[in-house]
Design a protein around this ligand. Structure first.
Ligand SMILES: O=C(CO)COP(=O)(O)O
Length: 251
């Protein structure tokens, strides 16, 4: 049975003090839930976050990593470094990494392999741009993003994969995919994985939706059968909003 997950991607927000304040508030208000709850603070605050959440059910995850084990990659962080501070899950392929840092499908495929080689969990992000949606190319684009980065993996690797469908036009814009659009794409993703692997793998992988999820739209989006939770940006920076979104997960 696949898990439901609500993850907060804090992006480049919150200094150390702000991180500790937000984590204290989240821990204090965390509802009793069967969903996995995760937060991804910036690299420099990961150690403090792991420490602060030691006795909490909230998992600290990373926003990115490099594919190399170590070496001359100024400014980068490896899987072993994350594992060494107690971070076992990493976001790979966020559209901001693709758009602003030139991360191609080929680079992302290497990152996925490197994380899995260390037994980390990967939250793989993908999604079409507005032009793709307008031209009706969105299914093709999503299919090729999945194929290029993930479909060379062994079937056994999929127990470590979480997918996050984030249509680029819905990120930080206040415009969400409608619950029907999200469901349609998530069902397509599951069908694509069934074709590439099998139905068991497709049904066991959690597929999160991301893109302007807020307390006022989360219930409807999460009610769709193929939507297993959300990857939340802006609303995860406000404790009450993030908590309300966690509560929107239904069982
Ligand atoms: O990019 C996102 C999460 O990774 C979504 O961001 P927003 O929720 O701010 O649209």
């Amino acid at each position: 049975m696949r898990s439901k997950i609500v993850a907060g991607n804090w992006k480049m927000n919150k200094n150390l003090v702000e991180t500790e304040v937000l984590l204290a508030e989240l821990s204090a208000k965390l509802p009793d839930t069967k969903a996995e709850v995760m937060v991804a603070p910036t690299f420099v605050n990961l150690t403090a976050a792991v420490d602060k959440l030691k006795s909490s059910a909230i998992e600290v995850i990373a926003q990115n990593m490099h594919f190399a084990e170590n070496g001359a990659y100024t400014g980068e962080i490896s899987a072993s470094m994350l594992l060494g501070i107690g971070v076992n899950t990493v976001i790979i392929g966020h559209s901001e990494r693709r758009a602003y840092f030139g991360e191609t499908d080929e680079i992302l495929a290497k990152k996925v392999v490197a994380a899995l080689a260390k037994n980390m969990r990967v939250m793989f992000c993908f999604g079409e741009e507005l032009e793709d949606r307008k031209s009706g190319n969105h299914f093709k684009v999503v299919e090729s993003q999945l194929k290029n980065a993930l479909f060379s993996l062994d079937a056994s690797a999929w127990s470590k994969i979480i997918l996050a469908y984030e249509p680029v036009w819905a990120i930080g814009t206040g415009e969400t995919a409608s619950p029907e659009q999200a469901q349609e794409m998530h069902a397509f993703i599951r069908k694509t994985i069934t074709n590439a692997y099998d139905a068991v793998i497709a049904n066991n992988v959690s597929i999160l939706y991301g893109g302007s999820v807020k307390p006022n739209n989360a219930v409807e989006i999460f009610s769709k059968p193929d939507v297993d939770g959300g990857l939340i940006g802006g609303a995860s920076l406000v404790a009450d909003d993030f908590i309300a979104i966690i509560k929107a997960i239904a069982y």
